[in-house]
Design a binder for this molecule. Structure first.
Ligand code: PHE
Length: 376
C-alpha cells in the first residue's frame, strides 16, 4: 500500500474501531427529575423507586434496542427553579435521550420548555395540570388530567349530599389552582354552592384565619386541592377550631406523611388518585409483588406505579421507533396505543395526555382504604 495513503487511512480506521467498540458498550441514557428531598420528598422517592424498578426490569430482560438503559436522576429538592436547571444539565451534560418527570405540575411546567426547546421528549408520570403538555409537541404524560379529576371529586361530593363545599387552594401551585377551578366549575354547574374560597401559599403552616372564615360561611365539606404537607395541617387545624365537616382532596394527598402529620384529624377524609395497590388485576399484582421485593416490602403508591409506567411507556416507544432520535421517538410516543400499564391501559391522545380511571380512597383506622373506582 502506498505509504502516504496508509498514513491517511490508518488513523481513520483506528478511530472507527475505537468508536464502534465504545458504541457496543454504551447505554441509552434516560434522565429523571424528581423531588427526592424537601417538602414533597415522598413524591420524588416513590416515583423514583417505580421508575428504577422499570429500568432494572427492562435491563434484566436484555434492555432496549440491544442496549442497557441508564437512569440518571437529578434531585430538585422540591425547590422552585431547580427543575429547569436539572433538565438542562441532563440534556446538555449527560446527553439523555428523554426526560422522565416531574410529579408536581408546577415543576413539570419549569422543565417542559427546556425539553421542548431541545427537542428531547419528556414524559411526566403524574402531573395532572393540562398546561404541562400544552407546552409543546415533545411533552407527554401517562396520567389523567385535572378537568377529569375535578369532575370526579365534584360528582363524589354531590353524591355524598354535600351542597355547600368551601375550597382552600394554594395560590403558588399550578396544580392546586387548576384542580380547584375544575372542581368549582362542575360542582356549581350541578347546582352546588361554594360558600367560601380561601387561599394559602406553599410552605404555609398556619391556616386558622382561612378555616375560621370557612367555619363562619357554613360548609358541608371543605375541598383542599393541595399537597399532603399542607393538607394534613389543614385537617388538624380544622378540627382544633371545631370545624368538623369532612375534608377531601385530590392525588396530591397521597403520602404516608399525610397520615403521620394528620393523625386522627385525617380519619374520614377522602381523596382521588390514579391506582389502587389492592386491584386484583394481574398486571397490578405482579407489579406490587416485584416492587415489594425490590424495595424492602414497601407497598407502591400511585406515584410509584406512574413512575414505573412512565419508564415502560418510554421504553416501548424507543423499541417501536427503533432509534433514540428525538423526533422519531416523539412520534413513537405520540402513537402509543393501549399500552398495558399498571395504572391502566395507556393511549396517548392528540393533546399528548392519557385517559384513565380514578380511584377514591378514605382514611380509616390510620390507613388508606379504597372506596371506589370512577371510569373516565
Ligand atoms: N397530580 C399532581 C400534580 O400535578 C401530582 C401528584 C400525582 C401527586 C400523583 C400525587 C400523586 O401536581
Amino acid at each position: 500500500m502506498n505509504h502516504l495513503l496508509f498514513r491517511r487511512i490508518y488513523p481513520l480506521a483506528a478511530f472507527w474501531l475505537a468508536a464502534s467498540g465504545l458504541r457496543a458498550q454504551d447505554t441509552i441514557k434516560v434522565g429523571e427529575v424528581a423531588s427526592l428531598t424537601g417538602k414533597e420528598a415522598t413524591f420524588g422517592q416513590s416515583s423514583h423507586e417505580g421508575t428504577l424498578l422499570a429500568i432494572e426490569t427492562l435491563n434484566a430482560a436484555g434492555g432496549v434496542l440491544g442496549k442497557k438503559l441508564e437512569l440518571l436522576t437529578e434531585d430538585n429538592q422540591t425547590k422552585a427553579g431547580e427543575s429547569a436547571t436539572a433538565a438542562r444539565k441532563l440534556i446538555s451534560r449527560d446527553k439523555v435521550v428523554a426526560l422522565l418527570g416531574e410529579v408536581a405540575s408546577g415543576r413539570s411546567l419549569e422543565m417542559a420548555p427546556v425539553a421542548q426547546a431541545a427537542k428531547i421528549p419528556m414524559v411526566s408520570p403524574a402531573s395532572t395540570n393540562p398546561k404541562v403538555t400544552e407546552t409543546g409537541s415533545y411533552i407527554f404524560r401517562v396520567c389523567f388530567i385535572d378537568p377529569f379529576q375535578g369532575t370526579v371529586m365534584a360528582k363524589f361530593a354531590a353524591e355524598r349530599g354535600w351542597k355547600r363545599v368551601a375550597t382552600l387552594t394554594s395560590i403558588s401551585s399550578a396544580y392546586s389552582v387548576g384542580l380547584g377551578n375544575y372542581f368549582k366549575a362542575t360542582f356549581t354547574t350541578a347546582g352546588g354552592v361554594i360558600p367560601a374560597e380561601q387561599k394559602y401559599a406553599e410552605g404555609d403552616k398556619d391556616f386558622h384565619a382561612q378555616l375560621t372564615a370557612i367555619k363562619a360561611a357554613g360548609a358541608d365539606a371543605v375541598f383542599v386541592p393541595g399537597y399532603y404537607t399542607e393538607a394534613a395541617l389543614i385537617c388538624k387545624q380544622a378540627r382544633e377550631l371545631g370545624l368538623n365537616v369532612p375534608c377531601f382532596g385530590g392525588d396530591g394527598w397521597e403520602s404516608q406523611t399525610l397520615l403521620e402529620i394528620g393523625g386522627t384529624a385525617v380519619e374520614g377524609v377522602y381523596y382521588s388518585t390514579h391506582y389502587a395497590s389492592g386491584d386484583p388485576a394481574p398486571v397490578v399484582q405482579n407489579f406490587v409483588k416485584a416492587f415489594k421485593a425490590r424495595w424492602n416490602g414497601e407497598t407502591p403508591d400511585a406515584m410509584a406505579a406512574l413512575g414505573y409506567d412512565s419508564a415502560m411507556v418510554l421504553a416501548d416507544a424507543i423499541t417501536r421507533a427503533g432509534t433514540t432520535d428525538g423526533a422519531k421517538l416523539r412520534a413513537a410516543l405520540a402513537a402509543t396505543k393501549d399500552y398495558p400499564g399498571v395504572t391502566g391501559k395507556t393511549s396517548i391522545d392528540a393533546q399528548r395526555n392519557a385517559t384513565k380511571a380514578a380511584a377514591i380512597f378514605t382514611v380509616k383506622d390510620g390507613k388508606f382504604v379504597f372506596v371506589e373506582s370512577i371510569a373516565p
